[in-house]
Write a protein that binds this ligand. Structure first.
Ligand code: SF4
Ligand code: MG
Length: 321
């Protein structure tokens, strides 16, 4: 996916007020069929914006989202509806998106009817199958959303998304509002469903532990840019971008042994409205040099299936010491 024009710049050119968290710039990222791609970064880095662009909840200015090679902005009519069905978003707070006046049965029946997924006579059976799929008891169908715990509501949200037989699920901070023990249950359910239904999952989260657990590959974002993408084990064992290294340093429980070998980021997170020139991390990077504020680094290869956007050839803190 390509967004060559910085959103904040396009806003300024169009005379629109700047929208801090909406700035994405030079984001190029592919999501592969059947994988779980984790997207991590601090709040305000643009990961939610990116997720919303993927499902077309945000219009993309000066960029392109393609699906199976087709620019989704060019889809019309039936193709557009097919895309809307194939790519489903599941939200952090399903309570906000579940109609409190409807029972679970009505919520699922509505989703099934909108896309004419099954003949009307088949709807009750399909609802029972969906509830079993997300491990809710069959009597859940006749209760209202308020009768459920947060984790159960997430399962209802997942069942609703799955009711239209999507190919891609985009989950933005799916479990961050839940207790840790419940988080694991919902994430493990998603992992299981991903394998069983061969779903493609985009898992957006700030919790590195969860992202590591669920993702095949991970993309790290900083101030509206993707700064590193690698297979999960590579990213956590051998991060090449100084920001990724700092992010892992800030989460010592992930990797206690290597904390001392990685440098923390200095200073404050700059405003996403006006990111620093050149490399967006240059104001906080322990390895910044004269080229960094002068020139934007692009994603370049650091190994098999591993890219990072940094001017240092091999920016490992260990070797820089
Ligand atoms: Fe640090 Fe420079 Fe690399 Fe940016 S390009 S991460 S400032 S070394
Ligand atoms: Mg967010």
């Amino acid at each position: 996916k390509d967004f060559p024009l910085p959103r904040s710049l396009s806003d300024r050119l169009a005379g629109r007020p700047a929208r801090a968290v909406h700035a994405l710039s030079g984001v190029t990222l592919e999501v592969r069929r059947g994988e779980t791609l984790g997207i991590v970064g601090e709040s305000g880095c643009g990961k939610s914006t990116l997720a919303r662009c993927l499902v077309r909840l945000h219009e993309v200015d000066g960029g392109r989202v393609t699906y199976g090679g087709t620019d989704v902005a060019t889809l019309t009519g039936a193709e557009r509806r097919a895309f809307n069905r194939r790519v489903q978003m599941i939200f952090q707070d399903p309570y906000g998106s579940l109609n409190p006046r409807m029972t679970v049965r009505q919520i699922l029946a509505e989703a099934l009817s909108v896309h004419r997924m099954v003949p009307t006579a088949r709807i009750p059976d399909r609802i029972a199958e969906l509830l079993a799929l997300v491990r809710l008891p069959s009597d859940a169908a006749d209760r209202h959303p308020h009768a459920f715990s947060g984790g159960q509501r997430q399962r209802i949200g997942i069942a609703r998304a799955l009711s239209v037989e999507p190919e891609v699920l985009v989950a933005d901070e799916l479990v961050s509002a839940l207790d840790v023990s419940v988080q694991a249950q919902v994430v493990n359910l998603l992992l299981e469903l991903q394998e069983r239904l061969r779903l493609t999952v985009v898992f957006v989260a700030h919790d590195l532990r969860l992202v590591r657990h669920i993702s095949h590959r991970v993309a790290v974002m900083y101030l509206g840019k993707v700064v590193e993408v690698a297979p999960t084990a590579t990213l956590f064992d051998d991060p090449r971008h100084p920001y990724t290294q700092a992010l892992l340093h800030a989460a010592p429980s992930l990797d206690p042994g290597s904390r001392s070998r990685r440098a923390a980021a200095r200073g404050e997170l700059p405003s996403p409205i006006a990111p620093p020139p050149g490399c967006p991390f240059n104001t906080r990077c322990p390895h910044a040099f004269d080229r960094c504020p002068a020139e934007v680094p692009f994603l370049t290869s650091r190994g098999p299936d591993h890219v990072a956007a940094c001017h240092l050839a091999a920016p490992r803190f260990e070797s820089a010491r």
